[in-house]
Design a protein around this ligand. Sequence first.
Ligand code: ADP
Ligand code: MG
Length: 313
Amino acid sequence: MTTTRPTDGDIVACDNLVRIYSVADVEVVALQGLDLRIKPGEMVAIVGASGSGKSTLLNILGGLDVPTAGRAVVDGLDLARLSRGERTRYRRRTVGMIWQQTSRNLLPHLDAISNVELPMILDGRSNRQQRAEDLLELVGLHDRARHRPRELSGGEQQRVAIAVALANAPSVLLADEPTGELDSATSADVFELLRRINREVGTTIVAVTHDPLVADHVTRTVAIRDGRTSTETVRRTERSDAGDHRVIAEEFAVLDRAGRLQLPRAHIEKLALADRVRLRLEDDHVGVWPGGSTPPPSPPARPDQGDADEGQP
Ligand code: ADP
Ligand code: MG
């Protein structure tokens, strides 16, 4: 198998990923230097406006598409360097995919259990029926094993799709707006199932979603803007003195390896930042001013006060 330089223990490592589509002599830059690192066992939500490159990223991670430049390594495999056979095995074993369109996930003429068995047949596994039954049990649909997709609700079809995606025990589950066609209550149930699988089975999950409620329930949300990682929100649970738990969410801008940073759109609009900005390095932060303005003089160093952040422009 093809391996590359170390990825610091990350199960997903995307470095400076670029994907350019050429359509009728016009180039569309879907990803422009995207960086993303995911640790084994993490559940990460990917959010971003339509057209920002989320599906392009998932297609590359799923081994369905190859980047124009940059590097994507999943579970130690450099996706740009896989042979045909390795790519087929990668798609069968290393990743499981769930799509928004329920019809894309399941074969209509097969019942639920046969849909779950199919990836195992393709991978030449034994003991398939037992495993398929266990997986349907895991997604709460043991009693629907003999139903065909059209005899299942949208939410049930997506649960079966999750069982199908888990059939060959992948290292990473990739879901592209898996609840996009479901109502909000069903959508919450399906995401709760994904969270339970992440917790109990330990599968790393990368899920694209539009639903802010979903994004609020994972430990890390990565926002993509114009084909690049723009911000990351990290959540942790803290215990107050009274003993109850509360979730602390912190938003970070992402600095890539080339030193590029995307400022939040709201900051850009508020200060009418455009084209050129002034930067100034202070002791413990970097100030950014509109290009046409004159930054205030640096505050004199006050050794008694560590918080030089206060009083930023
Ligand atoms: P998202 O999933 O965030 O909505 P996509 O990754 O689907 O975004 O698309 C990113 C950009 O790439 C869009 O501008 C889209 O039009 C373009 N794009 C996606 N797939 C193709 C393709 N197969 N051919 C040409 N352009 C594409
Ligand atoms: Mg998409």
